[in-house]
Structure formats: C-alpha cells, structure tokens
Design a protein around this ligand. Sequence first.
Ligand code: GUN
Length: 290
Amino acid sequence: MPAVVIDGKAISQKIREDVQRRTTILKEKSITPCLAVILAGEDPASISYVTAKEKALTEAGMTGRNIHLPADTAETKLLNLIAELNKDTSVHGILVQLPLPRHINEDKVITAIDPAKDVDGFHPVSVGNMVLGRPGFLPCTPHGVLVLLREIKHPLSGAHAVVVGRSNIVGKPLANLLTRRDVNATVTVCHTGTKDLVRHTLEADILIAAAGKPALITPEMVKPGAAVIDVGVNRVPDSSAKNGYRLCGDVENAVAEKAGYITPVPGGVGPMTIAMLMQNVVQAAEESKV
Ligand code: GUN
C-alpha cells in the first residue's frame, strides 16, 4: 500500500490560524507583532524563502520590516543594523536569512541578535535553552517536523529515529528535540562520515532526510511502513519547467511505495517552517515588555 502523504500545508494552516487569533488579541492592546527580515545578496532560493515569510506575516496581520542589503555589505554595517533593531521596541523578532555572503561571519551575526528577538532559535543562548529543556524559541524546521510527527500520531516514544544530516539548522537540533523525555525517541544521527548509511536507515521507524542531496534516500534504504520526513529542498535543472528548475527533496519519489507516511516536496516540511516562525514571532510580541 502506498504511503499516506502528510499534508504539511493543511497542518500549517491550522497553526497560522491560531497565530492570527493571537495577533488580533495583541492588536487590541495596540501591539502589532513585527519581524525584521534581513537578506544580504541575491541568492534566488533565499529571495524566495524571504518572500514567502513576508507574505505569511501579512496574512497573519503582522508587520514585516524587510531589509534587503547588497551582497557586498560590510559585516560591521550588518552588526550595527542588528544593534539598532535590538533596541527598537517596535521590532519583536529579527531574522537574518542564511547563508550570508562569504565575507560575513555567520556566527558573529547570529550571536549579535538579542536572544529575546531570536525567532529563528539559532543564537547560542536559544540553543542552550533548547538542549536544557528550558523555555525559549525552538528552531522552526525541527519544531515543524516534530509537530508533523505528532499530528499523524506516529508512535514516538521508544521509536528509532534516524536523522540524516547534522546541520546546525536542522539535523543537530532535531536530534536533540527527538530525545526529549516528552518525545522519547532513540536517535541515530548519520552524516557524510557515516559508513554504510543503508544499515542505519533500514533500522529507522522514523527517517528524517536533511542532507541537502537530491534523491539520497532510495526505497532499498527504507524499512516498510516507516514515517519518512523529507527536509530537502533542492533545485535541480529542468528545461521543461518555466523557471528552468524544479524542486526536489532528499527522498526519491519511489520511496512512497515502501513508507507508511511521507512528506511531499514542496508542501510538506516547508510550510511548517513558516508556520513555526510565525508562532515564534507572535510569542516574541506577547513576551515583549512594552
Ligand atoms: N536558511 C535556510 N533555512 C533558514 C531558516 O530557517 N532561517 C534562516 N534565517 N535562514 C535559513
């Protein structure tokens, strides 16, 4: 039997409706949640992500302060801008779209953001809070994956989750969230240094592909009935597409014949990331001292 396709769009919609409701309550108290979105350079994928985030903010009734900087912006200029936004009480969240141009130190930039406005959950303080299970902003994509898994009621406690990829944005935080007591999965993290990847993936009740490699996961690598979550968003050249490329995940389409659940690309994890970001922005505004 082919896999149940997890409708990330529909699940994210419910979250966004709740965000909208919370935004309305804040606006009645004259607080309009505001996210400053900083993009440096012209990376086409980053432009499309930022545009989607700005659209979601408007739909939720929130404000987006969109700051598009040239690719050759000096690091000090970006750091000064963040210092200004940290002080600005009308700004509740600050998001710097990654990757940054090569001459800018990402670590320095992320660390410059006030943790109270770190709606991406990338600041070392946010990461520390997450690891310790303290309140704070959770990173949007890993949190979105967790919400998807809960929504389909896939058994998590005692399940073996295999995360393929160890990025700071997805793999590392997701592995951490899955081992929380209230989730209780056993986690294996695979990466480019892993020997015999298939041996590990075949053991997965939950397989999360977050390596950024098109079609890395093939049907032979999947345990029958597993929940397969595809975090990959890869642009592959396609002369038949009007923009010259198509989006493809890290998971081959044929995996749907073997898995129990699968997320589509697009329409799976992507919309969840945006919904969780909106949730963090409204939370930042609720917690702001005005
Ligand atoms: N680049 C890819 N994903 C993300 C994300 O979730 N946040 C930011 N700021 N940049 C990204």
